[in-house]
Design a protein around this ligand. Structure first.
Ligand SMILES: *Cc1c(COP(=O)(O)O)cnc(C)c1O
Length: 390
């Protein structure tokens, strides 16, 4: 038998990183002294509210927080999450059994197939979508099955198009509303159909909901457990990253059906050793502080969305500002594919946007832009876009 030092085969099965080419170009431009404005990444530019930072500072100085934390999170944190969920959605969650804090929701999302899916089982994943749904399935040796999201279906998957044999082999379905990258939202009727489908086929319904609070003009996205019967098959993944501008802090949670939450907890005891307790106290402060700050962030995003829609519409697009998320998802002009269009915008006006195909083959023909750049930078970017020659 011959053997060489090399990467594992499972890494080779992960789709190539399609942003690599664009990233290389951005670095080149920056080196050449060009002022590139990045609207590529969904990472809030607004700071974490001060009261949350203050609690972290105090908690970090307390030796009681310096030791290994509990694997399952502080009881106070699980209670704060249950309280937040109840105030937000009117739904009861048992803090002892139905909630598990995670190191950001990516931790829960990437690991859930290892806990719930066997090799060669099917994981249903939306495309375009957050790429971790597919890579997490591949890491677990499972087979991702793509559910295309299309404009004509309002970016909701067509559940009736899932072949019967695929549904039979599927153990897990990913949904994500409000959606990254399309900014689409799901109505009650669709979520009810999804719950019914997953109950009928005995599939775990995993709803990734980091944008549940990033919504505008009074729109309030539904959380999964507002749908009757959802807890019998469902898990929901939440994050403090987007709601409280805490992407760097790494804290979120998974909640839902108790035996499934427990299995994820069991897996995670073998992977990490919990969340720095000072960060947990800061999260408790965040969740108990009301919605005022998040509302203020949303007003900033809504204003920026109007600026972007106004700019794009003035140069030939026909888009509406979205009802939720800090993303703009728009078609590329005729004659371009998404990578060529993103390169063109970067070359011509030094603005970095994300080609839709980076979120999966069905994202081709679109681009994503994030309004998480400071106002002055976004205004400058939009001024440059007005000069774009197609
Ligand atoms: C940002 C994001 C997450 C992950 O956020 P964390 O920082 O890991 O909590 C998960 N899913 C989607 C769709 C996202 O956009």
């Amino acid at each position: 038998m011959s053997k060489t030092i090399a990467g594992a085969q499972r890494l080779g099965r992960i789709p190539p990183y399609l942003f690599a080419e664009i990233d290389r170009k951005v670095q080149e431009k920056k080196k050449a002294g060009i002022d590139v404005i990045s609207l590529g990444i969904g990472d809030p530019d607004l700071p974490t509210p001060k009261r949350i930072v203050s609690v972290l500072q105090e908690a970090a100085a307390d030796p009681a927080n310096h030791r290994y934390p509990s694997y399952f999170g502080l009881a106070d944190l699980r209670e704060a999450i249950a309280g937040w969920y109840h105030d937000r959605s009117g739904v009861e969650l048992d803090p002892a059994t139905e909630i598990l804090p995670t190191l950001g929701s990516k931790d829960g999302i990437s690991h859930v197939p290892l806990a719930l899916v066997d090799p060669d089982d099917v994981v249903l994943a939306p495309d375009p979508g957050y790429t971790v749904y597919v890579t997490g399935a591949i890491m677990a040796g499972a087979e991702p099955y793509i559910m295309p999201l299309k404009a004509e279906n309002s970016w909701l998957p067509d559940l009736d198009a899932i072949p019967a044999d695929v549904a039979r082999r599927a153990r897990l379905m990913w949904l994500n509303y409000p959606n990254n990258p399309t900014a689409a939202t799901a109505d009650r009727a669709f979520l009810e159909r999804a719950v019914e489908f997953c109950r009928r086929h005995e599939i775990v319904l995993c709803h990734d909901a980091p944008y549940s609070e990033i919504a505008f003009d009074g729109y309030r996205p539904l959380t999964l457990f507002e749908i009757p019967g959802a807890k019998e098959v469902g898990l929901e993944f939440h994050s403090l990253s987007k709601t409280f501008n805490m992407t760097g802090w790494r804290i979120g949670w998974v909640c839902g059906r108790a035996d499934l939450v427990s299995l994820i907890g069991q897996l995670k005891t073998n992977i990490d050793s919990g969340i720095f307790q000072a960060v947990q106290w800061a999260a408790i402060e965040a969740l108990r502080g009301g919605e005022e700050e998040t509302q203020a962030s949303c007003e900033v995003y809504a204003r920026r969305h109007r600026l972007v829609a106004g700019t794009l519409n003035s140069i030939g697009w026909k888009i509406q500002p979205p009802r939720a998320t800090f993303y703009v998802w728009a078609p590329v002009p005729a004659g371009y594919d998404s990578i060529r269009f993103a390169s063109h915008v970067l070359d011509q006006v030094g603005v970095n946007i994300t080609p839709g195909v980076g979120f999966g083959a069905h994202g081709e023909g679109y681009f994503r832009l994030s309004v998480t750049a400071p106002d002055a930078r976004l205004e400058e970017a939009m001024m440059r876009m007005r000069a774009l020659k197609l």
